[in-house]
Write a protein of this length. Structure first.
Length: 768
């Protein structure tokens, strides 16, 4: 997903300044990207996007990659004039294209004509842009940025980290280019104020040297969530820029009748708030919208561009519908159920007898129950003390007091508001079609209060919100969480969260887009309180670059946007204690893609991070990524390229290690290295450290800047700061206790200059 060609496509979709000033419903749209073939005389087709040319994916039966456009309305022209021609028209106007069908290779990296000679005229009726683009094209006014500092609420004035580095910037004479890059990134932000852009992401672009403090602002409240899991919904609201929900009290689990009374009232409240959240979306549309969003996530889970889908226009329409939802009401709906995650006592077995199972629940419940109710078409069940089996596709509420139970989802149907509470036992939650704790156009809360549990599913499993909220809280035990794509704390248009409490060691196994993943207008959280935990998201999704024996991840604290369609959200993986192991494929471990922000935060322990290309504090294509480790002797190991404080293409990346003697090993563009008008820092504040990086673009020196140099005049900024005050090892031969500047401009090809960079090794600690 990282090819530059789509940066060109995104820019080319703008039909000129005149059109950009109009409402999208009045802006003409051709859905055609081309480049000059004979400058000013003819065009070669690059891509056919969703729109009036009726493509199936990125190919159309009317016009193909490599075909030549010889004239428009009888006049030969180049691409710049073609853009002006479209911009000066209006939706419904027709353009007559004189086309030569050349039968070129549709899979070539650079489109080129083939040997075909057939010519014909093609009538192109321009569409309204509002019908064929995603939410990122529905721009907010610049006034939305006013007061951004107050919104994030960080202390005024330069931080100690900023003062330390900026003193070196002035000492080395780099103030002008560094400030120029900051202004350029701020300009990128102003030009990309999409409908779903989040304020904390915007703050990162407006104040890119304060990412360490921004990370703390987001992660400092998370130990409080470990004490009261309901607060996960408050943090979701803060990250999604909506009002915090009111938090109700929990039920009396020790009395089945009282517990079901509470559940009945809670579900009624949750359902009403859920309906209010979607009041602007007709009910008949809600059913098809759920199916479209499921298809969208399955497609993205195959590591494919949305534009490559054969019906991309339908999925774009579904994404536009998400702009009508009220996300504050969605979180309030989940909060109505979240009191069930508070500690509670199970009933005494000798005080209650089993109740008869209603005939309607045959097959949905196996085993004894203490109570069952049917209210308003909903089923509420209080299970028995032995082993039970529940089909959660047919039940709105299950409260189970004990036993080793099995919870399954036999089909894709779900109640709009679902609650599952298990008070004791070693339990198993199984799903083939979304779940456990998956909210799709609804809310789902699962609270397991003890035992060694297994949570298993395929796609959309374990704490997932898709235009909804999914909250999974486990209060103890050595648990296993297993899911496929979009799983284990993933939010797309809503919030998906896992909160695992207790000192036991847990296993988290996912594939792609998982483990603290924030998709568009989404907050994803995976929070683990303690234990020696294993986080793995390293297969089977193949490498985005076709690299042998390498997999794609987009996991473990990642903000993910849908390129050209919608800005990303905020994803957080937070581990509060223990010596942990993180394994993930490409685009993973505290990073982001296309206007998202991702954070991997480990508070304590000697940890191991294993990643691949784009890993461990990376930003890629207009995004912000942070990996922060507060303590321990840690090992960071990344293969291939772009890792450990790395940024590419108008992005910002930070790896900050605040304590311990650490080892860093990586390939190129790593350890504080940025390229293509980006900013990257690696900051180590303590210990005797070892840095091994391959090639020149490492350890405070970045790479080239050809993407945006000519329009921006800017270069990247790369920093490695070791402020531990100890004797460290650098594979590049960098000296201890010195500062080096990388500022050599390539006079023949300035865009290829690998500047600017700072390597800083301090003789004394400067504090945390």
């Amino acid at each position: 997903m990282a090819g530059r060609v789509f940066a060109v496509v995104a820019a080319a979709m703008l039909a000129g300044a005149a059109a950009a000033e109009r409402p999208l419903a009045q802006t003409p749209y051709a859905g055609l990207v081309a480049r000059d073939y004979e400058p000013g005389k003819s065009l070669v087709v690059s891509w056919v996007l969703p729109g009036p040319l009726q493509p199936q994916g990125l190919a159309s039966s009317l016009l193909r990659r490599g075909d030549l456009i010889l004239a428009v309305n009888g006049r030969p022209m180049g691409y710049a004039e073609f853009q002006r021609t479209v911009a000066e028209a209006k939706p419904g106007d027709a353009l007559v294209l004189s086309v030569r069908y050349t039968e070129g290779d549709p899979n070539s990296s650079t489109p080129a004509p083939g040997k075909g000679t057939r010519e014909a005229k093609l009538r192109l009726v321009l569409a309204a842009k509002s019908e064929w683009v995603g939410p990122c094209e529905f721009h907010r006014p610049e006034s939305w940025l006013e007061g951004i500092d107050e919104v994030v609420a960080l202390p005024a004035g330069a931080t100690l980290l900023e003062k330390t580095i900026e003193a070196k910037v002035d000492e080395q004479g780099l103030r002008r280019p560094v400030d120029g890059l900051k202004r350029y990134l701020a300009g990128c932000l102003r030009r990309n104020l999409g409908h779903h852009l989040l304020r904390r992401v915007a703050y990162g672009f407006a104040r890119p040297t304060r990412l360490a403090e921004l990370q703390q602002r987001i992660t400092d409240p998370l130990p409080g969530v470990a004490k009261d899991p309901r607060l996960a919904l408050v943090e979701a609201a803060a990250n999604l820029d909506v009002a915090a929900p009111e938090l109700g009290e929990g039920p009396d689990f020790s009395d089945p009748a009282k517990a079901l009374d509470w559940a009945e009232a809670a579900v009624a409240k949750a359902g009403a708030l859920r309906d209010k959240a979607f009041a602007a979306i007709p009910k008949e549309r809600q059913a098809t919208l759920a199916a479209d969003l499921r298809e969208l996530l399955n497609h993205l889970g195959e590591n494919k561009y949305l534009m490559a889908h054969p019906e991309a226009g339908r999925l774009l329409a579904a994404m536009r519908e998400t702009m009508k939802a009220d996300y504050a009401d969605l979180l309030a709906s989940a909060a109505a159920l979240a009191g069930a995650a508070l500690p509670g006592k199970a009933p005494q077995a000798e005080l209650f007898r089993s109740a008869p199972l209603p005939a309607e629940l045959a097959g949905a419940v196996r085993g004894e129950v203490l109570a069952a109710r049917h209210v308003g078409g909903r089923w509420f069940v209080y299970g028995g003390f032995g082993a039970n089996h529940y089909d959660l596709s047919r039940l709105d509420v299950v409260i189970d007091p004990g036993g080793d139970d099995t919870y399954t989802y036999s089909n894709a149907s779900r109640p709009a508001a679902q609650l599952v509470v298990d008070l004791a036992g070693n339990d198993r939650y199984l799903s083939l079609s979304g779940g456990p704790a998956m909210g799709l156009l609804g809310v789902s809360v699962l609270a397991d209060h003890g035992g060694v549990d297994r949570y298993e599913g395929r796609a959309m499993a374990c704490g997932v919100g898709a235009l909804g909220v999914g909250l999974l809280v486990d209060r103890g035990g050595a648990d296993t969480y297993s899911g496929g794509a979009v799983s284990l704390g993933a939010g797309f248009y809503g919030a998906g969260m896992i909160v695992d409490l207790g000192k036991e060691s847990d296993v988290y196994q996912g594939s792609i887009l998982c483990q603290g993943l924030g998709g568009p207008k989404g907050f994803g959280l995976l929070l683990d309180e303690n234990g020696r935990d294993l986080y793995r998201a390293n297969g089977p999704a193949p490498s985005a670059y076709g690299t042998a024996a390498v997999y794609c991840g987009f996991s473990q604290g990642v903000g993910f946007g849908v390129r050209m369609c919608d800005t990303g959200g905020i994803g957080v993986l937070c581990d509060l204690g223990g010596a942990d192991r993180y394994e993930a494929g490409e685009f993973s471990q505290g990073g982001a893609y296309f206007w998202g922000m991702g954070i991997l935060y480990d508070k304590a322990g000697n940890d191991l991070y294993y990643g691949n290309r784009y890993a461990q504090g990376f930003g890629c294509h207009q995004s912000i990524g942070i990996l922060a480790d507060d303590a321990g002797d840690d090992t960071y190991w990344a293969m291939t390229a772009a890792a450990q404080g790395a940024a590419w293409d108008e992005a910002v990346g930070l790896l900050i290690d605040r304590a311990g003697s650490d080892t860093y090993q990586s390939d190129g563009l790593s350890q504080g290295a940025a390229s293509m008008q980006a900013m990257a820092w690696l900051v180590d504040l303590d210990g005797v450290d070892r840095y091994v990086g391959m090639g020149k673009a490492v350890q405070g020196q970045g790479g080239g800047n050809r993407y945006h140099h000519w329009e921006s005049g800017c270069f990247s900024w790369s920093v490695l700061l070791d402020a531990g005050g100890a004797v460290d090892y650098y594979s590049s031969g960098r000296p201890n206790n010195q500062t080096l500047k990388f500022a050599q401009i390539n006079e023949k090809k300035p865009e290829d200059s690998a500047v600017y960079g700072l390597f800083i090794d301090l003789a004394e600690k400067v504090g945390k």
